[in-house]
Design a protein around this ligand. Structure first.
Ligand code: PLP
Length: 391
């Protein structure tokens, strides 16, 4: 025995992706296309790219660099650390940090040329002090127009715009706000926030302004201002309720079938024995579970959502939709593959969890959640592959 691994074993030169039990492919061509599409839909405004939360779980480095090459020159991240990771992949871009700046983050912000988005009076006074010590540095100002999340209160922002006593270093490069109900075009909240933001944008005349994330872009030109901030649509997700999704799917998640078993009528499946087989069945045991963000709430039975009558999730294999049977477990999920012809499925094959054949938002709905949460919760076990367009 040596303490080296034997690299003459047959799997040594097999591609890690080909061998993986659980894998995720990210179509960078579709990502770039989706960004160009949202940039076009933004009309006279430019589209930025929102790449927070590791580019919605798909990888900030590869996605960031693809978006940069597609033409994005403004990026939004949630934290300074995300901005540091992105910087080498978007060298000439402005990178806005939505959580602003906090004591101890000065080096990250200044050394990586990140633009903090200042969202409160406390942050503003800290930032003005930092500028007094270190000299000029760009920043943005977040104004709350009704979301009640981040941002200076509207009246404070309007006052600040004309305050003769404010420091000379108060010179934001962008004012922004965020819509609460843009996914519901008929919501009166959209107009109310638009009117408030118009006042902000007028008060800060000459400074660029930004109101809309993905959904807001679909509300039309009034909502575009100078810069839009699409996130979910870049990654192929739905932004607007009850509208056909015009975006190309970007992510495909697949789990390997590691066993196929026959089970008799009257038997039960998985924890709790909550799924009763009404016929002799064939079951595929796939290497994915709630530890991989395949939420327990996707279960076919045995959870509160199902008792309320909602259907469970389904996977896709060789042209067949295959429902989840019983509870999703930590590392394994059981799919009912009885209706798939025996010669069209075998152990070692992959079941698509979401992707071109199972929209991520449809899977999310089965879990009682949204595509955003499915994507950002994928966990660490996926082997990732990035597909590059030939164009
Ligand atoms: C997350 C976020 C976005 C992007 O939203 P999507 O709905 O994913 O397009 C834009 N702006 C702000 C302030 C955000 O927090």
């Amino acid at each position: 025995m040596t303490d080296e691994f034997d690299d003459t074993l047959p799997d040594a030169d097999m591609d890690a992706f080909e061998a993986a039990s659980l894998r995720l492919s990210v179509d960078l061509g579709a990502l770039a296309d989706n960004w160009r599409g949202m940039n076009t839909r933004s009309g006279k405004a430019r589209a930025s790219a929102v790449v927070k939360a590791d580019a919605y779980g798909l990888g900030i480095e590869d996605c960031g660099s693809t978006l940069y090459h597609a033409g994005a020159r403004d990026f939004f991240v949630a934290t300074a650390a995300e901005g540091v990771t992105l910087r080498p992949h978007a060298p000439e871009a402005r990178i806005f940090v939505l959580s602003g700046i906090w004591p101890g983050q000065e080096r990250q912000i200044f050394n990586n040329d990140l633009v903090p988005v200042i969202a409160s009076e406390e942050q503003l006074s800290f930032w003005m002090g930092t500028l007094a010590d270190r000299g000029e540095h760009p920043f943005a100002l977040h104004v709350d127009t009704g979301f009640n999340r981040l941002g200076l209160p509207l009246d404070d922002a309007l006052y600040l715009a004309d305050d003769p006593t404010r420091p000379a270093s108060f010179d934001p490069v962008l004012v922004l706000s965020h819509l609460a109900c843009a996914d519901t075009p008929s919501s009166p909240m959209n107009r109310v926030q638009l009117e408030s933001f118009r006042r902000v944008s007028e008060a800060f005349e000459g400074i660029e302004s930004s109101l809309s994330a993905s959904a807001g872009i679909f509300l039309g030109p009034d909502y575009h201002f100078d810069l839009t901030r699409p996130g979910i649509t870049l990654y192929g997700g739905e932004a607007v309720n009850e509208m056909a999704n015009p975006m190309r799917p970007v992510a495909k998640a697949e789990a390997r079938i590691i066993q196929i078993r026959e089970a008799g009528e009257g038997q039960t499946v998985s924890y709790g024995g909550t799924f009763l087989l009404k016929r002799a069945s064939r079951l595929a045991i796939a290497a994915v579970g709630y530890a991989d963000g395949y939420h327990r709430s996707l279960s076919g039975s045995g959870i509160p959502l199902r008792e309320m009558g909602y259907g469970g999730a389904y996977g896709f294999i060789n042209g067949y939709e295959v429902p989840v049977a019983g509870r999703v477990t930590m590392d394994l999920t059981i799919f009912d593959v009885t209706d798939v012809p025996a010669n069209a499925i075998r152990a070692g094959d992959y079941i698509e969890l979401f992707g071109p054949n199972v929209p991520v938002d449809e899977a999310a709905r089965a879990a009682g959640t949204i595509g955003y949460e499915m994507l950002t919760g994928l966990g660490l076990r996926y082997e990732r592959q990035y597909l590059i367009d030939d164009e």
